[in-house]
Structures are given as C-alpha cells and as structure tokens.
Design a protein around this ligand. Structure first.
Ligand code: AMP
Ligand code: FES
Ligand code: ZN
Length: 292
C-alpha cells in the first residue's frame, strides 16, 4: 500500500501506477502541453524523475525521444549515462546524446572554475542552452523536463524570498515557443519526489540514486528540507503553495517575463536567444577553452 497524505489516499501497485499516469495526463491536457502529433524531447538525467517522465509519456502514447547531456562530472556522469541508455534500450526508444567534454571541450568542474561561476550555475545554463539547441536541431516541437512538485515548490520558495520577478514570471509549467525558443513543459508538477521514486521501483526502472556530487550545499536542497518539515505537520501545504502561485500570481507576473523575451536577440555565435551580445553558454565555452 502506498500512502499519499496530501490526497488522504492509499493505493495498491496497479492503482498507484494508474494514479501517476493520470496525474501526468491531466497536467498535460489541462495546460495544453502536448498534442499526439508533437515530437517531444524528454531531458533525462538518469534519475528517477526524468526516467519516470519518459516512461509515463511513452505509456500515454506520446512521441517521446530522450536527450542525455554528459556533463563530465566523473563517475556520476558515466553512471547516470548508463542508466539513461539502459532505459532507452529496454523501451526501444531513441536517446539523443550530447557530451560537453567531447563536443564542446570542457566539463562542468573545469568550466565553472574558468568562468568563476558556481558549478550548478554553469551546469544549469549549459543544460538550458543544449535542451533548446538540440530540440531545434532535431525538429522537436517540445522539450519536457522532470521537475517535480518538490523541485518547483523549492524554486518558488527561493524566488519568493528574493521577490525575483523575472524568475517568478518564468516559473510556469509551460513556457510557450517564441523566436528561437522551443516550447518547454514540466508534466511532473503534480507528482512529489516520493511518488516518482515509488513509480520507478514498481515499474522496475533502475535509476541513479546518488545526487550530483557538486550539488552539496545547494540552496534548493535546504529549501526542500524546510518545506518537507512543513509538509510533515500540514500535508498538502507544498501543493497549495505551488498551485496557488500558478493560479493566482503567475498570470500577474507573467508580463515581466514576456517583456524580457521581447528584448532578446540571436547570439552572434550560436543563434540562440540572449539578452545582449554573445550568449552565456558561448562565453562559458570560450573561457573554459582558453583555460584548458
Ligand atoms: P536538475 O537541474 O538536476 O534538478 O534537473 C532538472 C531536470 O533537468 C531533470 O528532471 C531532467 O529533466 C533534466 N536534466 C538534468 N540533468 C540532465 C542531463 N545530464 N541530461 C539531460 N537532462 C538533464
Ligand atoms: Fe549540474 Fe550537478 S548536475 S552541477
Ligand atoms: Zn551563443
């Protein structure tokens, strides 16, 4: 029996798997994330969330391929790649692979040192850039990531603590396509971390359990722990916080992000959209390669 306290419900194996798929189907349909014609590229890290997402989208009949980005973070990267490849092979699904060291000449530890950025910041900007450019290159209409309820609530908490309106404006389950941008969707926002882990165990999906070694001390991990403590005493708080924001506040702050998007132009080096001059990813590649 799998209990979900915020729904005040308990599920057997089959009903739990159905519950997860129904939650994703409902999120996809109510937010117009995907059509049955769309080709969607699922960003997979080898972890529970993104592999569960890929599995669920395939089970719902969507045309979903995977994208794995090798970040060059030692054993963690080689092991996570192996999980992504094994899953793809087990479902006879297509996995697109990009390797930062092999294709761009740097890894996250060296690149972040060279650019004097925190590893998670260099990593995040590289992933966002490559999600978009690989989707454009492959002719995909949509990019899907495995951000779950806990991830999004923690990011929202951080953005609210700083009242960062530009980030808040962009924190939506769907970001529409635009000039140079492929549509981005987060179909797992209704599922908690515990649920995606249980889904993988029940469906026999092997995933990398270790967290990225560079994420120790990451602010979001602290926010997650904090929110978990609140959830423990008041089940449902996390989802009320996130969905209250989506329903009541996101429409108000969305304008800030829309205006920001209008001021973007194509990077002179890679043609991806950027605020000014050469984009942050091309600068990172340049700094990393001049230091290696
Ligand atoms: P994170 O930024 O590590 O919290 O991951 C958020 C989401 O980004 C995951 O659920 C995946 O969809 C995607 N992602 C993370 N790491 C990778 C990777 N190495 N390759 C492709 N997608 C990734
Ligand atoms: Fe990006 Fe760890 S996965 S720094
Ligand atoms: Zn660029």
């Amino acid at each position: 029996m799998i209990e979900i306290r915020r729904h005040n419900a308990g599920f057997c194996h089959q009903c739990f798997v159905k519950h997860c798929r129904d939650q994703v189907a409902r999120t996809v349909e109510s937010n117009s994330m995907l059509t049955s014609q769309d080709r969607v590229l699922v960003a997979v890290s080898g972890g529970k969330d993104s592999l569960a997402l890929w599995d669920i989208l395939l089970s719902l009949g969507y045309r979903a391929d995977g994208l794995y980005i090798g970040l060059g973070i030692g054993d963690y990267s080689s092991e996570s790649a192996a999980y992504a490849r094994r899953f793809a092979a087990s479902r006879s699904a297509r996995l697109v692979e990009v390797d930062l060291p092999g294709d761009f000449g740097f890894d996250i530890p060296t690149g972040s040192r060279a650019a004097k950025r925190a590893p998670c910041s260099a990593c995040g900007l590289s992933k966002r850039h490559l999600f978009n450019s690989e989707a454009l290159k492959g002719g995909y209409q949509v990019i899907a990531t495995g951000h779950n309820l806990d991830d999004e609530a923690a990011v929202l908490f951080g953005n609210v603590l700083r009242w960062d309106l530009a980030y808040l404006g962009r924190q939506q389950p769907v970001l529409a396509e635009g000039a140079g941008f492929v549509k981005k969707v987060k179909p797992l926002v209704r599922l908690a971390e515990r649920e995606t882990a249980a889904y993988c165990v029940l469906e026999g999906i092997d995933y990398i359990v270790e967290e990225c070694p560079m994420s120790a001390g990451n602010r979001h991990l602290g926010y997650k722990e904090l929110l978990n403590r609140v959830e423990e005493t008041s089940p449902g708080t996390k989802s009320a916080f996130l969905f209250g924001f989506f329903d009541k506040v996101a429409p108000l702050v969305g304008q800030v992000a829309a205006e920001e998007r209008e001021s973007l132009h194509a990077c002179p080096s890679c043609a991806n959209p950027t605020v000014s001059g050469i984009c942050a990813f091309c600068k990172l590649v340049e700094r990393a390669s001049s230091n290696t």
